[in-house]
Structure formats: structure tokens, C-alpha cells
Write a new protein. Sequence first.
Length: 589
Amino acid sequence: MEEKPKGIWKKPWTGWRSLLLGWLGLMVATLIIFWAIMLASGARITGEELKLWAVFSLCATLVIFLVLFIRWLFCWLNFKRFLFGLACFATLVALLYAEEDWRGKHDWEKFKREWEAKGEHFDYASIVPPPVPDDQNFAMQPIWVDSIKFEFGTNVAKQWYGETFTESERTNLVDCLGISIYGNMDGGEYDAKSPHNGYWAKGTETDLKSWRQYYRDLSSKTNEFPVPSQPQSPAADVLLALGKYDSTIETLRQASSLTYSRFPVFSDADHPFDTLLPHLSIFKRLAQFLQLRAIAELQNGQSDKALADVKLAVELTGKIRNEPFLISHLVRIAMLQITLQPIYEGLAEHKWSDAQLVELDSELSKPDFLADYEMTIRGERAAAVSSLDFMRRTSDLGLIQGSDERHHPFNLGFLAPSAFFYQSELNIARMYQQYDLPMVDLEKGTVSPARVRDLQTEATRDLSYHWWPYKILARMLFPAIENAVKKLAYAQSATDLARTAIALERYRLAHGEFPESLDALAPQFMEKIPHDVIGGRPLHYRRTDDGQFVLYSVGWNETDDGGVVVMAKGSSPGVDSNKGDWVWRYPQK
């Protein structure tokens, strides 16, 4: 007699089937209990509460499997199987590490060879300028060494200047470069109560009456700035207030004549992103001081002194040109924008002579922000590669964890294969080469905003597509550079507009009026007329009915808006450089 087969539900649930059934029962039970507790408490069940239950369930599952695994190991046969499996797994991991390490190193070295044959360099040493004698180095003059120690402390100064610093171990140091046009009651910085300077991009000039009143108000609280007992002209009173820094500026002027300027920012090739840059804030304050003093000198009929201060300000922007960090060049751009204002106001009021205009044009021809961009990008790239190489050699993940976490007892960097760092170096070097460097066309001297946006979008997509551990560090270190390129293009365009405006003023001095077109400027008043940085077409120019002119670039939107400046929204709106044109235009009289 044949025995009927038993139904599936009558079969005994043993082994893994019973384990699975038990686990499912436990999960359902925990969900029911969780649901009942939430309903009883009157709480609303949301996605966050369900996530909490999921986390609890996962933890419970891990605990169950851990207990079962430990129980399974207590069998000697199972324990031997575990050891054998562990040995096989370790061998597999070792083989995988070896293969990936070889492939990572091979891919990285192949990439370097290909691009080094084209003239590229990826090591940090390639961006370090050669050493210069201290006595010919602007950055090593006592005015800088003493000020850095005074303002930032002994530790920073020693980290910067090393053994050279011991020559300045004195207690009578003076903060020579602690220059500010604002009072210490305002923290030495601009705030909403401070006077507003004019801004050439807005087409506005500086009202020195507000500065005179500012210093007189300060004198009733502090004696930071000298003021006359009776008000004189606004320019004379401002010059008197700023006169407290006359000797410092002259010392700085003498130091600026030195051949070289090498601030000690290249000393730590292993941690370049931790490099201290305390001098940048000083440089910007110096530019603000020279701007205000030059404007006051112009209004006081001292155009020769104003010219000397403008020339010094332009000279200072070149003192940090060889630094490979993007922030240094953003400060240079800010300094240039500040320095253009007295040039603009002198042109608007016809206060510069032809000889002075020739000198101003010569100074403004020195900055080349497009060429500096390529140097900066290569510097940022070399700094990133150097940091990754240090991490590979030391298994120190400080760059990821932050500098304060270096040598942390739980640093797990030793677990990462060398391939992780080799491939990370390859990815970030490739990103700079493929996306950042092409954002500026150095050969044509142009920038295409549309291409910049496209490259930035492609770079973002590249780092997000096919997510892979080898791209983690590239995502961290690769900058969103579009805004920096816009500032660079704006600075170069501003320089070109200023030089063209200088040539126009020279033409007016010679002919009594501005020319019908820019073609009349070359070669007598300008060797070559600059093209528009945006797109490479000629700059736009037209004379106006009041005898003035409008000169402009099409700006970041690449559209000719007829010389219209668009202001950004806010309580104290500035120019919206994303919209409208970039315009050089004098105020209506």
C-alpha cells in the first residue's frame, strides 16, 4: 500500500527553516508590540518611528546570528571549518589587495608619464619656487616677522620662520602692520555703521565727509585717530587721521622694492592644506588703507602721492602671486578691485596727468589673472596629490578626519590598500586636468561662462556616476571652481576696462574729447586694445550725450544688455556679477 505524501505544512521545520521561521516570527512580534505601544501612547506613527523599529530589528537580528555563530563554533569540527574558511578568506583578501595595489600604482604612473611628456608636473616640488636670500626677500623683512609674531603669536611665527625667527625673540615687538582704517571699537573691521566707499562697478565715488565724521565720532570715545580741533576739508581731515601710519607705509614701500617675495608657505609638503596664511588678512587691510588714502590725496590736490600709493597697492598684489593656493589669488583679486577705485575717481574728476596715466597703465599691465589661474590650479592639484601620497605612505587619514585627529588611536588607515590612495590620486589629478584647467582658454585669453558651467556639471556628474570608493577622496578634495573662475574673469575684465579708460582719458587730454571708437586709441595711447575676456569679441564702447562714455564687457550672462548694471538684492546691495554687463561708467555731473 502506497503511503500518501505528507503536505508541506506537515513537514517538520528544522535547521535553517526553523531558524528563518523563528526570525520572521520575532520580527512580526516586535512590529506588533511596537505598533501597540505607539497606539497606546497616542503617538503618531511616522517614517522616523518605522526607521527606529527597523534599526532595532536589525540589531536584534545581528545579536541572534552572533549567538548562533558562537554556538556553532563550539563544535570542534565546525571550528576547524571556520579556521579553514578564515584562512581562505584572508588569502583571497591578500590576493585582492596585491592585485589592486599593482593596478592602482600602474594606472597612476601611466597617467603621470603620459601627461609629464606633455609638460605637466604633479609633485609638490614642481610648484615650490627656488629659495631666495633673506636680505632680498620682501617677506623676510623685520616689519613682517615682528608683525606676524605680535598679531598671531610665537607659535605661528616659529612655524613660519623657523630658526630665522630667533633673531626676533624680543619683548618690545610692535604690530607695525596692524593697519586698519576702522576703529578698534568696531573690531578693526568694516560693519554696518562704517562709512561706505564708492565702487567703480556701481559708478559711484567716495564721500569723504562721512569718513571725517566717522573719525570725529571715534575721537569722542578713543584717541585711535588724530583729528583737528576744528574741521578742515574732508580730505585734509581724513589724511590727518590716517597719518598715524605714515612711517609704517614708508617702511613697507622701501621693503616692496626688494627683488623677491617668498612667504614661507611651502614648508609642509605632507600637509599643504594645513598651511598657515596669516599674511592674507594683512594684505587686504593694506589695500583698504591705500585706497582711502589715495582717494583723499586726490581730493586734496596731491595726485603724485596718490599715484605712489596706487602703485604700491598694485605692487603688493604681486607679492603673493607665486603662492599655489586659490585663497591667495582670491585675496589678490579683492585687492585689485579695491585698488581700482582711486584710479576710477581720478579719471572721473580728470585729476591724473598724461605722464601719471602712462605710469598707471604700466602698473595695470603687470597682473595676468588668466595665466595665474593655470598656475593656481596646478598648485591646488599638486597639494592634493602630495596630501594623498603622504596618506598612502603613512596610513594617516588625517586629511579625512581633520588635522586634530591625526595619530588617533582608532585610525584605521592601515586597513586601506595602497590602491585606494593611488586611484584617488589618479581620479583627482584627472579631474583637474579634464575639467578645471580647460575652464580658461589661455591661448585666446578668454573665458566662456557656458563652457565653465558645462565642465562643472560634467565634473559633478563624473564624481557621482558609478559610485566607487576610489572617488571618495576626489569628492572631498575636488573644488567647485565655477565661482572662482567668474571672479578671475571679472578681475581681468576690470583690469582691461581700467587700462582702456586710461587710454581714453589720454586721448581726451590730447584732443579735448573722447574718441568716436576705441580704434582711435591704438597705437598712440595703447599698444593693443584689449578684447572682451568673455567670448573674445571687442569691448563695447559708446560716447554719451553728456560728453562721457560707456565702456563694458557683456559679463557672465554673455548677453549685451546695453551697458546695464544689475544690483543684487539685500540691505546694502552690491553688483550682481551674474547678470547684466560689467561696466566702466562715470557718475553724471
